[in-house]
Design a binder for this molecule. Sequence first.
Ligand SMILES: [Zn+2]
Length: 321
Amino acid sequence: MNKFVISVDIGGTNIRTGLVDIEGSGSNISSISTLPEKGIENAAERLSELIQETINNMIPKSEEITNYITGIGISSAGPINPLDGKYNFPPNLPTWHNKSLIPIIKKNFHPLPVMIGHDATLAALAETSLGENKNIKNLIYITISTGVGGGIIADGKMITGTTGQAGEMGHILVRSDGIKCNVGCKGCFEGNASGPAITKLAEKKYKNLSDKNSVGFSNFSPENIILNAKQGNAFAEEIVNDVIENISQGLSSILNIFEPEILVIGGSVAWGLEHRFNEIIKTVSHTALPRYRKNVPIKYTTLGEEVSILGAAQLIFKNTK
Ligand SMILES: [Zn+2]
């Protein structure tokens, strides 16, 4: 019979699990709050309960779990070492530095194999394993969301770096006079184009305004700024124009460095700016190297919000018999 992977996606806000088959069909998606401040052991035990529920719903008690489940694949926000699952100062998972949840999950679900990877790297793996970009050998995945992260597939292989932390393309410089990200680098992609960055850019601009009444709204969430810009609010439009410029600059540099066959984008900010995608392409065609003047190989993911969950499943399918 068709076996499944129990796939997990760990973000700063939510942990989601699902059952995924080798074709990339997902089901039984459930979610709990990450609550990173309660510590990694707490999160690992609550995640174990969620996984156990999924197993109980699917497998009759008398049956062997390994007849149904190939393994547990975990996608996580990073930076993280995929070999031992240890985090390295993860900005959105405070208190998890130098700790791993793999030993707890392995112990609770012995003998299932458990593997972990960086969410954007696994998104890139999903892109080259499923859907319209299947079998592409050189592909970059960029998520523009709460953070900006990247995954690299070169010559058909995941590029993970010396300790698994390659692909942090959120921290390339896009604006020398830009603001700092949570890690502390000034003018980087993440610091000037992520969701929190949109709010910070608006707050900075607002602080320097002489006529604050002219702004016309006070909720500076990224969604609300993008919405107000859509409705023609001048203050919001200026912020969003800057963000479009910053995103274009970041994507141009990434294209120049990797020359991928395709660069796939996803994440809440990228989707929120889908109506301005043509402008991003146009700007990239002028800021990237001349070979990109006529053809900018950037597309939205077609694998949906679950792209990292699908990648976590592929990690297991590709690395087990
Ligand atoms: Zn940075």
